[in-house]
Design a protein around this ligand. Structure first.
Ligand code: FDA
Length: 314
């Protein structure tokens, strides 16, 4: 319940222009500024440096050029071009060939045709460079559109693309079944958005129980699923299920967010599990950052400490 309340508070704060201006001024200013805990930097060069460092530690990455909710087709097209540049630069740098994209960043709020066309351009560039593209899942108002666009592109033959399913949503068991039948790659998460009761479970225990149920179906029947969580209980349940079913570690991967539970990322990789780090970069980091605070209000403490430091050294 508390998790639901803090998600609500932080999603409201995420729309505050004043807060965004203040955060943008201080959040990335120095190497130790608070937003850098969760965001690799504002430039592609900073993201590449962070990716290289993670890969030296035996991890792989999925790169997210931050941005969402773009309502003009020109800005959505510009974001699409930036993704295509990211593919070329990452391929040239030899970084893991994996991107994460939000459809509202490339035109879903303009219309479905725009988002589909832009995603297709990204997938074409991705095919050329042997990249996999994961479509992130946004709030439940977008779930059906996102899955329809995915299935449409899958239907015309793209196979270098996968989606995300949120265990908090009541519809997710049906979606997982359909995606498994297609042979699509799924990333399973708990869900980062504040959702209404009729579409989503509200209590953490229920969301966790659904995560375990969906994880079992995906690990047993899915195609290289990604279990994206920092929750030791979800990770232990996954390991236990795989062991009991004789499923090798190489048939699924764990994913975690940049800057969160680095200890767990390292220990799972050391045990021989494939571990991918979601690596966000870009100037539009504020809504992403606010979702991370909403997941763990204790993070606010470190933001305040960092802000005091910033004030002390102008
Ligand atoms: P839970 O919230 O129960 O946290 C378990 C433990 O993890 C906490 O006790 C704490 O130790 C640690 N932790 C979790 N969040 C933290 C934070 N912000 N700061 C510090 N510690 C934290 N969501 C979505 O709706 N659509 C998407 O496409 C994606 N994509 C995605 C990719 C990847 C790679 C990950 C890891 C997550 C996502 N998510 C997402 C976010 C996801 O839905 C969820 O909100 C977060 O992962 C937090 O949930 P946990 O499973 O970690 O469990």
């Amino acid at each position: 319940m508390i998790a639901g309340v803090s998600k609500a508070v932080f999603s409201t704060l995420a729309t505050s222009g004043v807060l965004k201006r203040l955060a943008s001024r201080y959040g990335m200013r120095r190497p130790q500024s608070f937003a850098r805990r969760f965001v690799a930097g504002e430039t592609l060069a900073e993201a590449m440096a962070a990716a290289e460092s993670l890969e030296r530690q035996g991890l792989t990455v999925t790169i997210d050029h931050l941005g969402e909710s773009l309502t003009a087709s020109e800005t959505a097209l510009a974001a699409t071009r930036e993704y295509i540049d990211t593919i070329r630069v990452a391929a040239a740098a030899g970084i893991s060939r994996n991107l994460s994209v939000k459809l509202t960043q490339i035109g879903l709020d303009v219309d479905r045709a725009t988002a589909t066309d832009h995603l297709r351009r990204i997938l074409e560039a991705a095919v050329e460079s042997d990249f996999f593209v994961r479509i992130d899942m946004e709030g439940s108002a977008y779930t059906a559109h996102t899955l329809d666009i995915f299935e449409n592109l899958w239907g015309i033959g793209y196979r270098n693309v996968g989606v995300v399913i949120q265990s908090c949503l009541r519809r997710s068991a049906d979606d997982v079944r359909r995606l498994n039948e297609l042979g699509a790659r799924v990333r399973l998460v708990k869900g980062a958005y504040r959702e209404p009761k009729d579409v989503a479970f509200q209590v953490k225990e229920e969301v966790d129980a659904r995560f375990v149920e969906l994880m079992r179906v995906l690990v047993s029947q899915g195609v290289y699923p990604a279990l994206a969580t920092h929750d030791p209980a979800m990770i232990a349940a996954t390991q236990q299920h795989a062991t009991s079913q004789g499923i090798d570690k190489s048939r699924f991967e764990f994913q975690m967010l940049f800057g969160i539970r680095r200890d767990l990322q390292a220990s799972l990789a050391a045990e021989g599990h494939p571990v991918r780090v979601y690596l966000p970069f870009g100037r539009e980091w504020f809504p992403y950052f606010m979702r991370r605070l909403g997941e763990r209000p204790a993070n606010v403490g470190f933001v305040l400490k960092s802000l005091l430091r910033e004030e002390a050294q102008p």
